[in-house]
Design a protein around this ligand. Structure first.
Ligand code: ADE
Ligand code: ZN
Length: 333
């Protein structure tokens, strides 16, 4: 079995995917049309041509504009269902997907509309595709603490459907500590917590996510390597990093995939996982991300298997479920 064949047959969990970032241009056009919303593009090709980013913000501007065509429950269902079909192709057997309620509630779409469309797709994915999932609600960090508190308040009604809260959007200038009190309240209410940190922002933001927000996982975290003390802490605590290779390349966090640090992190004992982040915008889903690093970094079969095992270990499924997947992976070759 070669690297690519191994990647295709390995069961995997995805822990870092923004459902709004799975919005393929074809579906965006179809939904815009049925909701009679104008989008500033003439064709799918024109949309794809606009996906040329030089940093996180240049991507976010386009990503929020695309999400603006999502209005009714069926739109959120269709969006999530299309992603689950990609999961099935890539043998992603479990996914923990982010959604950004504020992107929708700020346009007058009800929180209940968003979550019921997503939840219905999650239920269908379990019954029709055998794929399990959890929802993670992210606060937009460029917005205020007050707005995050309001969003948390709205989420309480749906507590049973949301496993964790997260933090995303423009990182630099919006450190994790800005949301210390919101995250404390979310933890009190029983939510697990994750946060984007160390994508464009410095290692200091990763420390804050750990010490101030008390996260269960770090999203991205690739800049942790700049701080040896932080590296020791991540290794000692077996703190998962949800790394997104194609995203890092597209947003110029790395210049070249051959320079990506995921293999070095893995070799040093950091609990890294592979994820797609915003696959429609960054050129590929889970297996494309695995293949990109396997080829650029010449990963061994053992390293590829370890990354797949890490994904289940770092997930929020039960220990019993984790053991089931780890055994299946060990049984391959
Ligand atoms: N929202 C969607 N993708 C993101 C990313 N890579 N970083 C921060 N916020 C995001
Ligand atoms: Zn992300």
């Amino acid at each position: 079995m070669n690297q690519i064949e191994l990647i295709r047959v390995l069961p995997k969990a995805e822990l870092h995917v923004h459902i709004e970032g799975t919005f393929e241009p074809e579906l965006m056009f179809a939904i815009a049309q049925r909701n009679q919303i104008e989008i500033p593009y003439q064709s799918v090709e024109e949309v794809r041509q606009a996906y040329n980013f030089h940093n996180l913000q240049s991507f976010l501007d386009i990503y929020y504009a695309g999400a603006a065509v999502l209005v009714v429950e069926q739109d959120f269902y269709d969006l999530a269902w299309a992603y689950f079909e990609k999961c099935a192709e890539d043998k992603v057997m479990h996914t923990e997907m982010f959604f950004d309620p504020q992107t929708h509630t700020d346009r007058g779409v009800a929180f209940a509309t968003v979550i019921s469309g997503l939840q219905r797709a999650c239920d269908d994915a379990q019954t029709k595709l055998g794929i399990s999932s959890h929802l993670i609600m992210c606060f937009l960090r460029h917005l205020s603490e007050e707005a995050a508190f309001e969003t948390l308040e709205q989420a309480l009604r749906f507590k049973d459907q949301i496993i964790a809260v997260g933090l995303d959007s423009s990182e630099v200038g919006h450190p994790p500590a800005k949301f210390e009190r919101v995250f404390a309240k979310a933890r009190e209410q029983g939510f697990l917590v994750v946060a984007h940190a160390g994508e464009e922002g410095p290692a200091e933001y990763v420390w804050e996510a750990l010490d101030v927000l008390k996260v269960n996982r770090i999203d991205h975290g690739v800049r942790s390597e700049e701080d040896p003390k932080l590296m020791q802490r991540l290794i000692r605590e077996k703190m998962p990093l949800t790394v997104c290779p194609l995203s890092n390349l597209k947003l110029c966090v790395v210049d070249d995939m051959a320079q990506h640090n995921i293999r070095r992190l893995l070799q040093q004992g950091v609990h890294v996982t592979v994820n797609s982040d915003d696959p429609s915008y960054f050129g590929g889903y889970m297996n494309d991300n695995f293949i990109a690093i396997a080829e650029a970094l010449d990963l061994s079969h053992e390293e590829i298997k370890q990354l797949a095992k890490n994904s289940f270990e770092a997930s929020f499924i039960t220990d019993h479920e984790k053991q089931k997947w780890l055994k299946q992976i060990d049984a391959l070759i």
